[in-house]
Design a protein around this ligand. Structure first.
Ligand code: G6P
Length: 617
């Protein structure tokens, strides 16, 4: 999830771009850069055409800003980018903007080009020279190839050639006052003002310069000059659209109109889940080269060991069930903080997977080092490119949830669950333990999971109402079985983290061995009970706690009629495959916990005593 800002008009663009990038830094912050159409008075970066000046640096925007202070860049038309790496390390060469061979065209991009490898080969054969490892670099070369004096029509041709997601913005020294943009799937807005026009990934990036905006739809292209905005549909026909005015202040704008980052991130889950599948599920096939395993190694695998902490541990528990069920490989799961001290055995033909959204959790890092010293090969699953865990592992599978600002994990968790599903499917296929029909059924159901998550999010009001009625209770028990159990554990953790209410996530069948003693009229029991093979069992457990006067809230599947007879409140989720309920049930549980915490006036983004990444033991 990178950030994009661009400006053309009668003001100098250098400061506009830097200010915009600072506002966008939350979207990605491993490197940044700008390209300005200038008189060649800035630092010439070896370009054959001195009109486009590119300055880029690895690291935070501050480093780029310091570098720019010493340079005189006078241009009025330019583009800026802050990067959240997906392909290629976060270094200077991979930072955007990227140039074509002549240095005449500069491009920034947010998203993933799925067919970049074949495009790159094709372009190389035609003589184009590449200097980075990014997927983005194919874009300026494609524009160079298609550019017949008009960058806009080159962009429209390019859109037909690439597969992928995101937003592309380009400038050309031959059309020095124009900015060309294309939205494939990621957000891009136009800011309009009498001093010039802007393009940006979101409104806050340019809110200090204008309050008038125009939205751009998927597959539309735009041409901006200082005094004109043109929008074209996917067939290249002109579209008329009237600007709207926003009255946000900057802070609320960064939260995209949401009250907190946590709520914004909960609502970003359809996107994070889809991005994490992107490029891995192509045409009904599963592409998982990142695992770095030969077919022989995959087939020989006899065991998988997963370690993680906190919410990531709950993703690991889902991973265990799904891998064992589909791939028939035994999976052991450990808390990272326990693993390193329990004299673990590292066997041959065992794959070691470390799940960590931040890639910095010290317990997970220490467990990796321990396992490595015993000869294990490590696969990291993380959301942060270039993080310590990513660097110290043998291979990395990135979740593409985008930066998560709220301290407690939400969108990184659902992205991790997707990776668990993909790993389960991958080994099931490689080991020949799954039939083609089942394989295809799972893939097509996974593809529509983002829509089902969205359908739940659209009904947040129902969950808010249940939270309004129950937030004063002092003891919460979240119960689940099989795939519902990790969701129950995560629900309890979320509630504890942000509301400071005592909550337990428990295997419903274990209630009778202890926790049922806690149950009375001051208790809320949350039953995670989708329509799976253990539904009837958990329904009996719920009846047991109802008899002890607890208030009951159940998460069930649409069409369920039985639970309503026992429960005080029910929330219905869409139907899916038994294994995939693990990801759907978590969404209402997140929203419910969120609204309880809000009712109690808690700071959900920065709960007391907690940190986003825990780098102490
Ligand atoms: C902290 C965060 C949790 C997170 C845990 C593990 O406690 O507040 O949200 O689940 O660390 O973090 P990791 O980055 O390793 O997934």
């Amino acid at each position: 999830m990178c950030g994009i800002v661009a400006y053309t008009g009668n003001m100098k663009c250098k400061d506009i771009l830097i200010n915009g990038l600072k506002r966008l830094e939350y979207r990605g912050y491993d490197s940044a850069g700008i390209a300005v159409i200038s008189n060649g008075t800035g630092r010439n970066t070896g370009l054959t055409n001195p009109e486009i000046v590119v300055v880029k640096e690895a690291g935070k925007i501050r480093i780029l800003e310091d570098e720019l202070k010493n340079l005189k860049i006078d241009g009025n038309c330019g583009i800026g980018h802050t990067r959240w790496a997906t392909h290629g390390e976060p270094n200077k060469a991979n930072a955007h903007p990227h140039l074509d061979c002549s240095g005449n065209i500069a491009v920034i991009h947010n998203g993933i080009i799925e067919n970049y490898a074949e495009l790159r080969e094709e372009l190389k054969k035609e003589g184009h020279r590449f200097i980075s490892e990014t997927d983005t670099e194919v874009l300026p070369h494609l524009l160079e190839k298609y550019n017949d004096k008009d960058l806009l029509s080159a962009m429209q041709k390019l859109l037909k050639k690439i597969k992928g997601s995101g937003t592309i913005v380009a400038i050309s020294a031959s059309q020095p006052k124009e900015i060309i943009g294309a939205r494939i799937t990621s957000p891009l807005v136009i800011g309009v003002s009498k001093n010039g026009n802007f393009l940006a990934s979101d409104i806050p990036a340019v809110l200090e310069y204008t309050k008038n905006f125009i939205t751009i739809n998927d597959f539309e292209t735009v041409r901006l000059t200082g005094d004109k905005v043109e929008i074209f549909d996917r067939e290249g026909k002109k579209v008329k659209r009237v600007p709207f005015r926003v009255n946000w202040d900057i802070v609320s704008a960064e939260k995209g109109g949401y009250e907190d980052f946590m709520l914004k991130e909960i609502f970003e889950q359809p996107y994070g889940v889809e991005e994490t599948m992107r490029g891995r599920l192509i045409d009904g096939k599963l592409n998982f080269d990142e695992l770095n395993l030969s077919d022989k190694q995959a087939r020989r695998l006899r065991k998988i060991q997963i370690i993680a902490c906190g919410t990531s541990y709950h993703a690991a528990l889902i991973g265990k069930q799904v891998i064992e069920r589909w791939a028939k490989i035994p999976v052991e799961v450990d808390l990272s903080s326990e693993y390193r001290y329990r004299s673990p055995l590292v066997e041959e033909d065992c794959l070691f997977i470390a799940i960590t959204q931040s890639g910095e959790t010290i317990d997970t890092l220490a467990a990796i080092r321990e396992a490595k010293s015993r000869g294990a090969k490590i696969v990291a699953v993380t959301n942060v490119v270039g993080s310590t865990v990513a660097r110290e592992s043998d291979s990395v599978i990135y979740t593409h949830a985008g930066p998560e600002i709220g301290v407690c994990a939400t969108k990184t968790f659902t992205a991790q669950i997707i990776v668990m599903y993909l790993i389960g499917l991958y080994f099931a296929w490689k080991k020949g333990n799954i039939g083609e029909n089942k394989f295809k059924e799972i893939i097509s159901e996974l593809k529509i999971i983002p829509d089902k998550i969205q359908a739940i999010l659209d009904r947040e009001d129902e969950l808010k109402k249940i939270a309004d009625k129950t937030y004063k209770y002092t003891c919460f028990l979240f119960l689940g079985r099989v795939f519902g159990l990790p969701a129950a554990m995560e629900g309890a953790l979320k509630l504890k983290e942000i509301s400071y209410i005592h909550a337990e996530g428990y295997a419903a069948g274990e209630m009778k061995h202890g926790p049922i003693a806690l149950t009375d009229e001051k208790t809320v029991v949350v039953g995670i009970m989708p329509a799976d093979t253990v539904y009837e069992k958990i329904l009996s457990n719920i009846q047991e706690v109802k008899a002890r006067k607890a208030t009951i809230f159940c998460i069930v599947t649409e069409g369920d009629k039985k639970t309503e007879k026992t429960a005080d409140y029910v929330f219905k989720i869409p139907k899916t495959l038994e294994e995939l309920y693990a990801i759907l049930t978590i969404i209402p549980v997140q929203l419910y916990s969120y609204y309880i915490a809000k009712n109690l006036g808690r700071n959900v983004d920065q709960p007391r005593n907690l940190a986003k990444s825990v780098t102490v033991e």
